[in-house]
Design a protein around this ligand. Sequence first.
Ligand SMILES: Nc1ncnc2c1ncn2[C@@H]1O[C@H](COP(=O)(O)OP(=O)(O)OP(=O)(O)O)[C@@H](O)[C@H]1O
Ligand SMILES: [Mg+2]
Length: 150
Amino acid sequence: MIVKSLDHLSLISQKISTNLSKEDCIFLIGRIGVGKTTLTRFLINNWQKKKGLKLTEVTSPTFNLLYEYDIKDIKIMHYDLYRVKKSNELDQLGIFLDDNDTIKIIEWPELIKTPLKHKLEIYIDYGKKNNEREIKMIGFGKWKKFENEF
Ligand SMILES: Nc1ncnc2c1ncn2[C@@H]1O[C@H](COP(=O)(O)OP(=O)(O)OP(=O)(O)O)[C@@H](O)[C@H]1O
Ligand SMILES: [Mg+2]
């Protein structure tokens, strides 16, 4: 689908946020600067708003690899794996070793081979115009039925 603007992306993010729950994993796939962190910021801010919390900054965990957001009863883990180049480095992070009561949003997830039950893969590409993007979604588990809803 064509995303016409940041506002349009924000609308799409609300639809995703509404359906997010513990154990979900969102993969954000696309070239540098295409909008992965921007979409993550919308998703996290939507949740903070829904829970009546102050909206925080959501910046790229490029060097830290992970930023965590405690949003009342839920924790959102935002990973950026751009700098992780080998599978053993990935294993050391132990991304999936927690007790699965978190939502995980992962930029540059290409190295991950772990099968995941409820996963939404979001492919983002540049569009013809400046603020336009093309988005494709592939859902697994509960997200399967959302693929064609957007
Ligand atoms: N429709 C749009 N969707 C997403 N981002 C947009 C859109 N229009 C403009 N932008 C701008 O594009 C930029 C996207 O940067 P962002 O950091 O989100 O990309 P990224 O994919 O996370 O990059 P990186 O690969 O470095 O992590 C932001 O400055 C954002 O405001
Ligand atoms: Mg980013």
